[in-house]
Design a protein around this ligand. Structure first.
Ligand SMILES: *Cc1c(COP(=O)(O)O)cnc(C)c1O
Length: 410
């Protein structure tokens, strides 16, 4: 973000700071796969990274580059690479930065597909330790001389545990370990992982940054906090004159160019338009979520509510210190006498759907859907009860939301 302007102003006017074609207020869609050159020497210079330019659509296009600049400002990073999905962004980091026999420490409270991805990594010869990342001691105890990376989420989905973000950042900085923070649940509007010494920040742009549930996308931002000269896995080819760019260059080459999880121009456009209202939407979503959490907590038919904005949440104070809001995701357990499917079927305005971060409020029975594949044992270790319902709170009028839950509870 530019030093002069605030969060939203900076996103709104980012495109116009470089010359936009015909003065268009939105960065135009660049749909060309290839880029032609009149001068063969210039073509060679672009290929060799000596000149700025585009060569082939898999490696980026000007529309996506404009979004990369916006995300980079939001995260106050030194460079950002966008991907076709959030999972492509996470996969790119792992593929680009890890080698056989490396060790990763990950939060046990993880997005389900990230958990699955780490299991795949283990099959391919890396070791992954899952720990309770709400405690820095658990992370410290899991470190080995081969630990290259620590991976955490800010607010975990669905139980809303909050990682001990600042202390883990200190630990990783002291040990020269790449600290990756998945900022999807908070988004850069509520939290900047750079402030806790994260090396790399992941955002699933699909969620709050896009916000409208109409485009998939992901990003990796290098905050500039990590000293890549200390990292043993950088290939000589990517050791350019600026060591701060070694890591993100390797992610762009190995993780985007070679693996091909490219964000298309049209999707980038949708995400960029969505990003303009991130602050407005999240203010409303956080306020709705707090009101709904308080409403549910006071109901006798609700056994437990998990939301960082409630005083009953174990990391309520920490969340207040770290984040500019408590987020828009909550989960709760019904009284076991109530069938969770019947309850969900009674909801009228709330949509039964697996996405999150949408403008619409979405509900899902977690154990039976998104966390089904991981099995009962792992679910139990993550504190996921069979009756747990996750709510991604949208921007509806608050009274309508509360009324819907009130009638569904009966
Ligand atoms: C959704 C999500 C992802 C993956 O993003 P996709 O765009 O769906 O691939 C990663 N991390 C978190 C925390 C998410 O919620």
């Amino acid at each position: 973000m530019s030093r002069k302007t605030g969060f939203t102003t900076s996103i709104l006017h980012a495109d116009r700071e470089s010359a936009v074609e015909h003065g268009a207020l939105h960065k135009p869609l660049h749909l060309s796969v290839a880029y032609g050159y009149r001068d063969a020497r210039e073509l060679a210079a672009v290929f060799q990274g000596r000149a700025q330019g585009y060569v082939y659509g898999r490696q980026g296009n000007p529309t996506t580059a404009a979004l990369e600049e916006k995300v980079n400002r939001m995260e106050d990073g030194i460079a950002t690479v966008c991907f076709g999905t959030g999972m492509a962004a996470i996969g790119a980091i792992l593929l680009a930065l890890l080698r056989e026999d490396d060790h990763v420490v990950s939060s046990a409270f993880l997005f389900g597909n990230t958990n699955s991805m780490f299991n795949t990594l283990a099959v391919h010869g890396d070791r992954v330790s899952f720990v309770d990342a709400t405690s820095v001691d658990a992370v410290a105890a899991a470190l080995t001389p081969r630990t290259r990376m620590v991976f955490v989420e800010t607010i975990a989905n669905p139980r809303t545990q909050i990682a001990d973000l600042a202390r883990i950042g200190e630990l990783c900085a002291a040990r020269g370990i790449v600290y990756v923070v998945d900022n999807t649940m908070t988004s850069p509007y509520l939290f900047r992982p750079k402030t806790v010494k994260a090396a790399l920040v992941v955002n699933a742009l699909t969620k709050y940054i896009g916000g409208h549930g109409n485009a998939l996308g992901g990003s990796v931002t290098d905050t500039g906090a990590f000293d890549w000269t200390r990292y043993p896995n950088v290939y000589d080819d990517y050791k350019g004159p600026k060591p701060e760019l070694w890591g993100i260059t390797q992610i762009r080459k190995k993780g985007l160019r070679d693996w091909g999880g490219t964000l298309a121009a049209e999707q980038a456009h949708h995400l960029a338009v969505g990003a303009e209202t991130l602050a407005l939407r999240l203010e409303r979503q956080c306020a709705n979520a707090l009101a709904l959490a308080r409403f549910l907590e006071a109901r006798s038919k609700v056994r437990a509510v998990y939301y960082p904005g409630l005083a009953s949440h174990p990391q309520h104070r920490l969340a207040g210190e770290l984040f500019a809001g408590y987020g828009a995701l909550l989960s709760f357990e019904l009284d076991p006498a109530i069938d969770c499917f019947d309850f969900l079927n009674r909801l009228r305005c709330v949509v039964l759907s697996s996405n999150l971060g949408d403008n619409r409020t979405l509900a899902i029975p977690v154990a039976h859907t998104i966390f089904h594949e991981m099995g009962a044992e792992r679910r139990a270790s993550m504190g996921i009860a069979d009756s747990l319902i996750r709510i991604s709170v949208g921007i509806e009028d608050c009274d309508d939301l509360i009324a819907d839950f009130a009638q569904a509870l009966g």
